[in-house]
Write a protein that binds this ligand. Sequence first.
Ligand SMILES: [Zn+2]
Length: 53
Amino acid sequence: MCKCPKVHFYEIEFKLDGMRIISKHKNCGDALSEVQFIEFEKQLVKLWGIESK
Ligand SMILES: [Zn+2]
């Protein structure tokens, strides 16, 4: 799991796995922690144009 002190949105690779979103930090190749992911989830929703209802 990624332990980088600073992760930028554009450094993350998102993939859809069924209903789940898999996030990976490109710089270290590790998956984001849940805390990190929650921070970026809103931006991702905007980017992909999905609204959570
Ligand atoms: Zn990282």
